[in-house]
Design a protein around this ligand. Structure first.
Ligand code: FES
Length: 147
């Protein structure tokens, strides 16, 4: 029973079981641990984001930017003013867009319309879009929350 050959086999089996269990535990828990970590470089609620430059936004245009993890629509009115609102439609949460032909914000999902002040003016959206502040510093456009 206690010969060196058995001890070698038993040691090998114990080593195999230990590494198999360790590998299995790593394979199960590492993806769960990684899933629970917040993504790097994306602040969920920043105080201000760089949204672009003046030269890349001609009057009567708009674009969707990321404000942390949330979409925001930045637009430049036909008069050249900058405005920003949440890009999530107040009806059923589709992403709105700027329509140059309408000269206002439009939601393609159910034909919802918002004016340049973010007010719901036509279609099913029940309330206005939440506004954000826009600051222009030199050539750069910054969007921030209204405090
Ligand atoms: S989700 Fe925008 S109009 Fe319905």
């Amino acid at each position: 029973m206690n010969n060196p050959e058995n001890k070698g086999r038993r040691g090998f089996l114990n080593w195999m079981l230990g590494t198999t269990f360790g590998g299995l535990a790593t394979a199960v828990f590492y993806p769960v641990w990684k899933y629970l970590q917040p993504p790097k470089g994306v602040e969920s609620n920043p105080s201000s984001v760089l949204a672009g430059t003046i030269s890349e936004m001609k009057p009567n245009s708009g674009k969707i930017i990321k404000y942390g993890s949330k979409p925001v629509i930045l637009l430049r009115t036909p008069e050249g003013d900058f405005k920003a609102y949440t890009a999530i439609c107040t009806h059923l949460a589709c992403i709105v867009q700027y329509r140059e032909d309408f000269e206002h914000i439009w939601c393609a999902c159910h034909n919802g319309h918002y004016d340049l002040q973010g007010r719901n003016i036509s279609g099913p959206p029940p309330r206005p879009l939440d506004p954000y502040e826009v600051h222009v510093k030199e050539e750069k456009i910054f969007v921030s929350r209204i405090t």
